[in-house]
Unconditional design. Structure first.
Length: 348
């Protein structure tokens, strides 16, 4: 966690480190060759384990890695609630809090120092490691892709007291090119750092475009959005792709499923989008996006990811989407979070 005080900048220690994890062995696995083990057909994969235990091909490490990635991304700032102020994130995002714009849950005005927790996400790699894909939910319930102009987590507290917004505060997000179709998307049933996120359009949003001056004196295009609540916010537009669409399945290596791994898709030429296969078909033992919304002929990269024994287990495969497409993940490799981030950000 990174901490910044407008009046007196200090660096906080990183978030708490997870307790040491003991291995619970179900089968013999070659960690050097990353060979999937054969399991007894009569034995179920154990998913509920003691807090300090994890099995090979278990899901605890992967689930914990997502929470840890979000916690490590938190930047912390302090401002005076009475005078308000502007904070600037490491990637250039600005938040402006007007004077006396915050209250306690009961409506009582807040004075004195308050703590701002802030996450800013602009890259596909951060979307993946923090499990914040650009999946948007239509009014009819379909899950389709959206193009992001930035994902943000914002929360403000004083001591142990949660604060609420009395006067809207401003979000300014830098962008290479202003897109007038961008609007605000909010998460479905998500108010904590360890939640799954599906984005829904905020019909009352009001985004404007402009420019902000950088520290070196140059100017950058930016989105300006007044916000009225804390939690997750995504600046997005619906992805328009008119070609015929199809249902896609992904067959992952034996021993992996929705409890211990995930499958994403990056669209070539769209660096601000990352689709997520949100369903696991237990009859077929495959991941799917289950709405049949993948455009035929689209150039993509499938990304399979898990975390086992302290390493990211991954596969990245290029493909062109065909009718009734089935993608088979045949070979996995291991790397660090930094290594995976570099690989994903280098995709076209």
């Amino acid at each position: 966690m990174k901490t910044t005080n407008i009046n007196d900048t200090n660096q906080k220690n990183s978030m708490s480190v997870f307790a040491a994890i003991k291995l619970f062995t179900l089968c013999i696995v070659s960690l050097i060759l990353m060979v999937s083990c054969e399991t007894n057909d009569d034995a179920d994969i154990i998913t509920e384990l003691p807090d300090d235990t994890v099995q090979i091909f278990g899901g605890l490490e992967y689930a914990n890695s997502i929470i840890e990635a979000r916690e490590n991304a938190i930047q912390t700032f302090t401002i005076d609630a009475t005078t308000g102020g502007t904070i600037i994130g490491e990637q250039g995002t600005q938040l402006y809090f007007p004077p006396s714009g915050l209250t306690f849950l009961g409506g009582e005005p807040v004075s004195g120092d308050v703590t701002i927790e802030f996450i800013e996400i602009y890259s596909r790699a951060d979307m993946l490691t923090q499990n914040l894909p650009t999946n948007g939910k239509r009014d009819n319930g379909d899950i389709v892709s959206i193009i992001s102009g930035g994902e943000f987590y914002i929360n403000v507290t004083q001591g142990n007291n949660q604060l609420v917004v009395e006067v809207p505060f401003g979000l300014t997000a830098p962008t290479a090119d202003f897109d007038p179709e961008m609007t605000v998307f909010l998460p479905e049933d998500c108010d904590r750092l360890d939640c799954d996120v599906v984005w829904e359009e905020d019909e009352n949003a009001n985004i404007q475009g402009g420019e902000i001056q950088n520290a070196d004196g140059t100017w950058t295009s930016a989105y300006f959005a007044p916000l009225t609540n804390f939690g997750w916010t995504n600046l997005d537009r619906w992805w328009a792709y008119e070609d015929p669409k199809t249902l896609v399945y992904v067959d992952v290596p034996e021993g992996f499923n929705e409890t211990n791994s995930a499958v994403y898709v990056s669209y070539d030429g769209e660096p601000n989008a990352l689709a997520f296969f949100d369903t696991y078909d237990t009859d077929l033992d495959m991941f799917t996006e289950h709405y049949g919304q993948m455009p035929i002929g689209l150039e993509v990269h499938f990304i399979f990811v898990s975390v086992q024994d302290g390493d990211y287990v991954y596969a990245i495969q290029s493909a062109t989407i065909g009718t009734d497409h089935i993608e088979t993940i045949t070979t996995t490799q291991t790397t660090t979070e930094a290594g995976l981030t570099a690989l994903i950000n280098a995709l076209p």
